[in-house]
Design a protein around this ligand. Structure first.
Ligand SMILES: [Zn+2]
Length: 404
């Protein structure tokens, strides 16, 4: 015992080889993009990015709607730790995001110029999402490549830049391009009914024959349009492309009729928790990643020192929504705890999570360890009312209708 200890003390682990850090960072979140969509749809840009870098086989979003999930990606804290576990629901005001350091704040302190271009209204600057960003600008998906190009034109020699682009992508309402709509055989009548596009509320109600299949087809059509848009965003980096760490992921997935549900409210099924994670220029990543690791993955890949609550090489998968807590140790067996009890699933044998099994001692122990290591947080009492314009566009997106 003593001998072993002495050997361990006199021969410390060799430091890991220093990663060759890139100069800039492009962090793209495609809202509502489930992991299997990039296998079902043609996504040559994401495939090419993964061929240059890495596609992480199993990445889990920490929450299954935008605000709690993005707080985890900004602060490195799982939902339990940041405590912001509210629902979009029929409310117009929310607590601010927790005061913990965000990725943008840390990078700004390290000398980066920071720019955010976001399309999802829930990323309201008044909630605190703009903290650390020099420029925080609402945009729409179709304008993003031009906005990125004009931001990049301002970059001067010697500067370092962090650019966060949040696309709505295949979030409802869906309005695929004519070419992808035709390719996926989506009847234009589904889209013509609303000037914004095909609303998930139609598929949720499921009162019209074929509506869910049509919505799923339109979803994959928009995934292909978004992939092309991502290609234009990467091209907009111009001469900085090869010197930019690129990370593409999503804040949560979408149910397209599985479990009899459409949308992303209230559950932690794989269609919601499992999202793509494609990186180019990052440190080598484990084959399963919790997205609360994103800030640590960025700073580790840039060789910057910062202690985040979740380290870059953490492999415990955790996702939380309301009373539901999903945990997986290996990406294969998963347990979901809720007010109704606990169920476990063998994912390789039961992708649809339809055959619940008794929970294993390993998963129970993993939950106990997680809860012992991660103190529960509470969000701030300070609530802010969203802007009127934000509320209007959220209503148009199908929120604030009491349904989700
Ligand atoms: Zn979202």
């Amino acid at each position: 015992m003593w001998t072993l200890l002495l050997v361990a003390c006199s021969s410390p682990e060799p430091a890991p080889p220093r990663h060759e850090a890139r100069r800039h960072v492009l962090f793209v979140v495609v809202d509502t993009l489930r992991a299997d969509a990039i296998a079902r749809a043609d996504t040559p840009v994401l495939d090419g990015l993964g061929a240059r870098g890495e596609i992480v086989p199993t990445a889990w979003a920490s929450g299954t709607w935008t605000v709690p999930s993005m707080i985890s990606m900004f602060t490195g804290m799982p939902v339990r730790q940041h405590g912001w576990n509210r629902e979009p629901g029929n409310v117009e005001q929310f607590p601010k995001i927790p005061p913990a350091p965000t990725l943008a704040e840390v990078l700004a302190r390290k000398g980066f110029h920071t720019t955010a271009l976001y399309a999802n209204d829930f990323l309201d600057p008044d909630l605190g999402f703009s903290r650390g960003f020099e420029t925080y600008r609402k945009s729409i998906d179709s304008q993003m490549p031009d906005r990125v190009a004009s931001a990049v034109r301002e970059w001067d020699d010697g500067e370092r830049h962090f650019l966060y682009v949040h696309l709505l992508g295949p979030h409802s309402p869906l309005k695929p391009s004519e070419a992808s709509r035709e390719k996926h055989a989506v009847d234009p009548a589904w889209i013509a009914g609303n000037p914004l596009g095909f609303l998930i509320g139609q598929a949720k109600r499921n009162q019209e024959p074929g509506v869910r299949d049509a919505y799923a087809a339109a979803y994959h059509a928009v995934v292909e349009d978004t992939d092309a848009r991502l290609g234009a965003i990467l091209d907009a980096l111009g001469p900085h492309r090869d010197d930019t760490l690129v990370i593409v992921t999503s804040d949560h997935g979408e149910l397209l009729g599985e479990h009899g549900i459409c949308g992303h409210g209230w559950w932690v099924w794989e269609e919601l928790t499992h999202v793509p994670l494609v990186v180019d220029g990052a440190v080598d990543l484990p084959d399963r990643v919790s997205l609360a690791s994103i800030p640590a993955i960025v700073t580790r890949s840039l060789n910057l020192e910062h202690e985040w609550p979740t380290p870059w090489d953490a492999t415990l998968l955790v996702s939380q929504r309301r009373d539901k807590l999903a945990i997986s140790v290996d990406g294969k067996t998963k347990a979901i705890w809720s007010d109704d009890g606990v169920q476990a699933f063998d994912l390789p044998a039961d992708r649809g999570e339809a055959k619940p099994l008794p929970v294993s001692a390993d998963l129970v122990a993993a939950r106990e360890r997680f809860e012992a290591d991660v103190p529960p947080g509470t969000y701030s009492d300070e609530e802010v009312r969203l802007h009127d314009t934000t509320l209007e566009s959220l209503k148009a997106l199908g929120y604030l209708d009491g349904a989700e």
